[in-house]
Each structure stands twice: as structure tokens, then as C-alpha cells.
Ligand binder design. Sequence first.
Ligand code: NDP
Length: 288
Amino acid sequence: MPANFKAELVAVLGQPVAENPTGLMQEAAFQALGLNWRYLTIEVAPANLADAIRGVRAFGMQGINLTIPHKVAVMQHLDRIAPDAAIIGAVNTVRRAGSELIGENTDGKGFLRGVRADAGVDPHGKRVVVLGAGGAARAIVTELALAGAAEVLVVNRSAERGQRMAADLAAKTNAPIRFEPWLGTYAVPGNTELLVNATSIGLYPDVDAAPPVEFSAAHAGMLVCDVVFNPPETRLLAMARRCGLPTLDGLSMLVYQGVIGFELWTGRKPPEAVMKQALRKALGVSGE
Ligand code: NDP
């Protein structure tokens, strides 16, 4: 076999980006499969994004992740946008197909894969409450709608933003998405089967904060999910467990969006356990 010292390249572009742990997870996966691939963590200012994407093309890179502030701005520089990413209106992953760069969004898909794989729950036909109407909520509500959730109820502090998002996604997905304003403490309706905190409440350093919700009417099997992964053990999840409810932390979504990216780029089956362990280690989380 002729020698091949050429590495395949993928990267995350963002600003700030230094604390993004995705590279450790992807590099661990490449090593586990013996792939000569590299994942670079690159700081790119907004003014340099167009040049950076030209660089992605010039280097023949296999794909990229985008993080703050590039998830929307990158779309104009790509050749095609996947249908769900177009509905979401943001791209967090780019894959190459021949000479084309295709925009994908794996945030909501990663969330759903985690719900299925880690919590053993299929969102199809479920009644879901999503707290929040920002970027993470939009990706999750879109994928829940496309996966056939029976109803998605969006609850958000800013009524105007929540109302707009729910109406827009209901029109684009043809799914039953409704909005309720978040007034005081929100009593989660008794028929809810899945509750998702897609706000940033509880995110480091504000770790003592919890979304103002109460579970007195909740039914025993309701799965409580948090998108906040730093820290993975949020006050919301601790509160839910004290009420005897099953929970899923934000690391699950983070791992599975990376797992899906790995699949899109390499076409190989990702070593999920290796990726999970690398991420937990990178974030200083002990055990499983
Ligand atoms: P945005 O800034 O786009 O949205 C933030 C949302 O949180 C809004 O709905 C906002 O409500 C709500 N919110 C914030 N503070 C409060 C508060 N004190 N009370 C009530 N509502 C509040 O953020 P993102 O959607 O991008 O990110 C949200 C979280 O998701 C972050 O913690 C992020 O780290 C996490 N995330 C996790 C991922 C994972 O893989 N696990 C992937 C992506 C994000 P309002 O509209 O009223 O301002």
C-alpha cells in the first residue's frame, strides 16, 4: 500500500471558541477507529467568516461545526441547506458532498437521539412542554415536530418571542405547536410526557438558579430533560428526581450532536461510548 500521510480535516469555527470541548470528543473517536483525521478548534471573527469558508473549500476540509456567532451568518456561504436546518434557520454542522458544502443542524437531532438512546423514550406521539424560545429551543421544537410529537407547548418568558417562534414553526412543520406565556411559577400540565428546559437558566456560573416550574400535577413517568450541560447536574434535574421523575442531562444532547456530525463526515459508525467518556473527562465529570 502506498504511504498516505495526508490527514482529513474538520474544525469548529467560533468566537469565543477556546472553551468548546467538542474537539476532544471527536479526536478520541478518530483515534479509536484509527482514522487519520484532525479536529481543529479555530477562533474566527465575524468579519473573517467568508474567508474562513473559502479556506474550508481550499483545504478540502471534510466538514465544520459552527458555534456563536456564526450559526446564522454561515448559511449564505454554503451551497445547500438541509430542509430541517432551513426551518430552524441556523446551521451548526457543515458536511461536504463532492465539491458542495451542505448546512445541517444536529442540535435538535442530537437531543432526540439522546432521548431515544439514553432515556429509552420515543418522542413520536408524545405531549411535550419546551421551556424557552432561543436557538436551542427552536432546533428542539423543530425536530420534535418533524418526529411526530402529538403536541409541543412552548413556554417562554418573553411572550412576543415565544409566540412568534411557535407560530412560525407550526406553519413550517404543519405540527400542533402552541404557546403559553410564562407567568410566575409554571405548573407543568398533568398530561405532559416530556419536559425540556431549553433556557439557559442554571448555566454556570448561575448554578443555583432553576426554572420556576412545579411538578405537583405531573404524571409519574414524565421525562425531565435539561439542555444545560455545564454543570450537567442542574437544580432542575435534582428537583425532578426528588419528585421521583426520570431525567436526562444536557451532556446527552451534546454527545449525540457530535455523534451525528461524526457520521455525516466520516460515514462510519461512531464509537459512542468513547465519545461520551472523552466529553465527561473534558468537562471534569466523574463516572457514568
Ligand atoms: P438563547 O440566548 O438563544 O435563548 C435563551 C432562552 O432562555 C430564551 O428563551 C430566554 O427567554 C430564556 N431565559 C434565559 N434566562 C431566563 C430567565 N432568567 N428566566 C426565563 N427565561 C430565561 O440561548 P440558546 O438557545 O442558544 O441556549 C440555551 C441553553 O442551551 C444554553 O445553556 C446553552 O448552553 C444550551 N445548549 C446546549 C446544547 C447541548 O448540546 N446540550 C446545545 C446548544 C445550546 P427570553 O426569550 O424571555 O429572553
